[in-house]
Write a protein that binds this ligand. Structure first.
Ligand SMILES: Cc1cc2nc3c(=O)[nH]c(=O)nc-3n(C[C@H](O)[C@H](O)[C@H](O)COP(=O)(O)O)c2cc1C
Length: 409
């Protein structure tokens, strides 16, 4: 009897490392989100997870991928799947870019160092935010993969020029100019919590901190969190806790226009990505200006609520601009199948923010590895089951548009 039991039962080895133990049951990005939600104080999780107003666009960014159904092809020899592709003239391991996200050290003390190292390991570009909490040089020192620098256009152009040139000197390969932050979208979760960057200590935060001791110990032990690329400038580097809305209103330039985008050609020698395009008309202007890539983006639903879901703009923009600029679909990516659909619709790559931030919040650098691993494995599996071996074989005939009823054969 005991012999029988022994031969049928296999005991799982016990994982001693607490981070690995926390992560081992996660099967997808949503599971990482659930773990991050438990591990992070409420205000921190909501800062990452939340969107503007009623969070309609936050939802549709992901949900509207459901508009298309796959038309899988079979019996096509899919033994070797190659997810590599070329973006801005450089080969990358899969069509994914880590989106710029400000203030990553709020999730773990490693912050941008953790996320950029994971990007390099995965062979994909890492975008450091202007509002990053590690400097361009600190990230360059640990990340030997492709690096992009995201630019917010401060009122003081001297600061913009200085940081862009520092990025160039540190070996960053592209800049991403974010153009959808004329004012800060109202993220009501942050308003309700009185959220500031860095978090201010009040009774609520102290209680929240006690309930989340892992995060709190890490936060207390690490050096103060600052906007690392702005230290020493008059810009406000985060030494004083600020409500993000006030900071953006005071520091960012709302007069920004297309001439300013052109100005970057004088101060930056390399590809320029414009991030925040939400209509065919603006995509055409960007393409006519010869910008290297257009990131279709509504800032992950954090700016104008009811802005269109990024995925729905891919095909119309591709139709309108042809091959004039590369196209990046940013917003809502939680699955490898989302990446496969975006590519089939005409994108050259996707960008994801929360997907890796959930990993960071759930388990630091290992959690980011896990998040990128899920997306890569899911993409490989989707390609295998679709009958395609390479990214350029992801074409519109693999999709049926449930809204238009097209592609039904
Ligand atoms: C916590 C957080 C911080 C962000 N910070 C920035 C930023 O500093 N600069 C920027 O251009 N976009 C920023 N974004 C937007 C992302 O670059 C990206 O557009 C968005 O996350 C895409 O949607 P997804 O999270 O559904 O992938 C941020 C997004 C999040 C979630």
């Amino acid at each position: 009897m005991l012999e029988n039991l022994r031969s049928t039962l296999r005991f799982q080895p016990i994982t001693l490392d607490p981070t690995e133990r926390r992560l081992e049951r996660a099967a997808n990005i949503d599971d990482l989100r659930a773990i991050a939600k438990k591990r992070l104080p409420g205000g921190v999780f909501d800062y990452i997870d939340g969107g503007a107003d009623d969070e309609v666009t936050l939802g549709t960014n992901t949900d509207r991928f459901g508009r298309w159904e796959f038309r899988p092809r079979v019996l096509r020899d899919v033994e070797h799947i190659d997810t590599s592709t070329t973006l801005l003239g450089r080969e990358i391991a899969m069509p994914l870019v880590m989106a710029p996200t400000g203030f990553s050290r709020i999730a773990t003390s490693g912050g941008e160092l953790d996320t950029s190292r994971a990007a390099a390991r995965a062979g994909i570009p890492y975008s450091l935010s202007s509002m990053g909490t590690r400097s361009v040089e600190e990230v360059a020192a640990v990340c030997d993969g492709p690096k992009w620098f995201q630019v917010y256009v401060w009122r003081d152009r001297g600061i913009v020029k200085d940081v862009v040139q520092r990025a160039q000197a540190a070996g960053y390969e592209a800049i991403t100019v974010t153009v959808d932050l004329q004012t800060l979208g109202r993220r009501e979760r942050d308003v309700r919590r009185g959220f500031t960057l860095p978090p201010k200590l009040g009774l609520g935060t102290i209680i929240d901190g006690l309930i989340h001791p892992g995060w709190t110990l890490d936060f207390i032990r690490s050096e103060p969190i600052l906007f690392a690329n702005l230290t020493g400038s008059d810009q406000g580097d985060g030494t004083d806790a600020v409500a993000l809305a006030d900071y953006i209103r005071d520091q960012l330039d709302p007069t920004l226009d297309w001439d300013d985008v052109e100005w970057f050609r004088d101060i930056w020698n390399g590809p320029i990505v414009v991030k925040g395009i939400q209509t065919v008309e603006d995509a055409k202007i960007a393409a006519d200006l010869g910008l290297d890539a257009i990131a279709i983006s509504n800032h992950g639903g954090r700016q104008l609520d009811h802005a269109p879901a990024s995925v729905e703009l891919i095909a119309p923009i591709r139709d309108a601009i042809g091959d004039a600029s590369q196209l990046i679909c940013d917003g809502g990516i939680r699955r490898g199948t989302h990446i496969a659909k975006a590519m089939a619709l005409g994108a050259d790559a996707c960008m994801a923010g929360r997907a890796y931030l959930y990993g960071l919040g759930a388990g630091g650098e290992v959690g980011v590895d896990k998040a990128l691993g899920f997306l890569r494995d899911e993409l490989v599996r989707a390609m295998t089951l679709l009958g395609v071996k390479s990214i350029d074989e992801l074409t519109p005939d693999l999709l049926r548009d449930l809204q238009m009823g097209s592609g039904l054969t």
